[in-house]
Design a protein around this ligand. Structure first.
Ligand code: PHE
Length: 449
């Protein structure tokens, strides 16, 4: 017999799981990196603005479709469609979203594997095993496959235990640990010489930069990636929310926590760069702060090395933080194909999880073996092209395809008096017209450039 469909046990359970999905490498790495290469605080201000103005309404579109259909994205978009044409496009868009979620997970697991490698390397250093430490620190295909494989097994194990016993329980264990590590690291770094220079660059905006088109685009892309939008993750998590819960409030919490954690991560990374500079490490290249992989895998490790005995413990804490952030996000990505397989075939959740996990690992191995050609291609195709386009499609489905009465009834189930609320006055028009136009405009500009 088929297992019962999962459900989060409480509002808090959902908020923690969904922020676990949202808070990932995108926050701890992407956000500070983007801040570093887009004029510091000007980027921070624009990002917060866009997160609430564009990403929150799009997040609501996914949550509402998910809860009202209680299905994976493929069946959900089909279910809310009234005409054969919209049913057909719903199925195509759903299938495309699942493919993109899977592709994102395949490069994400590789990057998470690097974090795990550095975490284990710091642990080996503490244990005095230099040979293992050196092997883990040096990039090689064998190391990348091994670490991505271990990370994929962790992801599959959590997802195979289901919504409450897997996703919710592990998010509840890992997210407080993540927050604690982040705060301890911030306190430590802010006490080091040089940190205040970084802090002022991070906190004092140069408003002349705010309306720069490339800054707007990076901030929009960052907000979409960070809130896990467009690929059915938030839709499937929304489908596990209890009917009596207030969706607009839940969505607002997730946006608030996600942006706050991104802000906190910036308080760690940007000052850490200037602590590194104080110790004589180069942090500028061609006039701008070093960003991308070099920041995480060269500048920061050099900084940890030069901190003496404390450095190893700080490195361990930092890479543990990164690994946890990646894991709570990767489980939400794997849930997208797993929900489809478990709901559309007779296979159990456990089998579906191992099947989807093996497929993803195969794709990760393919990318690892052809890294120079495939890695940035897959990142660009999924995050820069597909996520905004799918975001537009999901807003249109919530705004135009999902019947207004059904939409209202769904939100009203957990939000008495929604008709009189500011949310209901603004959001339906917003998600129908403004979001698709603004996301579309930003997207067009990015491909014309
Ligand atoms: N939000 C995650 C992060 O910030 C990434 C993610 C993208 C997760 C898409 C799920 C779906 O790292």
């Amino acid at each position: 017999m088929k297992e019962k469909r999962g459900e989060f046990s409480s509002r808090l359970g959902f908020i923690i799981a969904a922020t676990g999905s949202a808070v990932g490498l995108g926050n701890v790495w992407g956000f500070p990196t983007n801040t570093a290469s887009n004029g510091g605080a000007a980027f921070v201000v624009t990002y917060f603005f866009l997160a609430f103005l564009l990403a929150y309404p799009a997040l609501m579109a996914e949550l509402v479709i998910g809860r009202c259909t209680r299905a994976n994205i493929y069946s959900a978009l089909e279910n809310i469609s009234a005409t054969p044409l919209s049913r057909w496009s719903g199925r195509c868009i759903g299938a495309y979203a699942i493919a993109v979620a899977t592709a994102i997970l395949s490069f994400y697991s590789l990057v998470a594997g690097w974090m795990l490698a550095h975490l284990l390397a710091s642990a080996s250093e503490l244990a005095g095993n230099t040979a293992v430490q050196n092997w883990l620190e040096r990039a090689s295909l064998a190391r990348n496959l091994l670490c991505a494989g271990v990370f994929s097994i962790l992801t599959v194990t959590v997802v195979s235990h289901g919504v409450q016993r897997g996703i919710e329980r592990w998010s509840e264990r890992l997210m407080p640990a993540l927050l604690l590590l982040l705060i301890v690291l911030i306190i430590y770094v802010l006490q080091q010489p040089g940190a205040m220079t970084g802090l002022s660059l991070y906190l004092l905006p140069d408003f002349s930069e705010v309306f720069h088109p490339s800054l707007l685009l990076s901030a929009l892309g960052q907000a979409f990636f960070s809130l896990s939008l467009g690929v059915g993750t938030m839709l499937i998590y929304g489908s596990y929310v209890r009917r009596e819960d207030n969706l607009p409030a839940l969505g607002a919490w997730v946006t608030l926590v996600d942006t706050s954690v991104a802000f906190l991560a910036g308080l760690l990374i940007i000052p850490a760069l200037f602590v590194a500079q104080e110790l004589g490490i180069t942090i500028y290249r061609d006039g701008s702060l070093i960003a991308g992989p070099d920041l995480i895998f060269q500048v920061l490790p050099t900084l940890f090395d030069s901190m003496g005995a404390n450095g190893t413990v700080v490195a361990l804490a930092f890479f543990l933080l990164m690994t946890i952030a990646a894991l709570t996000s990767s489980i939400s990505m794997l849930e997208v194909p797993v929900a489809l397989i478990a709901e559309k075939t007779p296979l159990s959740r456990v089998t579906a999880s191992w099947l989807a996990g093996s497929l993803v690992f195969g794709a990760s191995a393919g990318i690892a073996a052809n890294f120079d050609t495939l890695f940035s291609l897959v990142v660009t195709l999924t995050t820069e092209y597909s996520q905004p386009l799918l975001g537009i499609a999901l807003c249109m489905f919530a705004g135009w395809v999902l019947h207004r009465d059904r939409l209202l009834a769904e939100i009203r189930a957990g939000f008495d008096g929604v008709e009189q609320s500011l949310f209901w006055k603004i959001w339906p028009f917003y998600v129908r017209v403004i979001c698709p136009l603004l996301i579309g405009a930003a997207f067009l500009q990015s491909i014309i450039q």
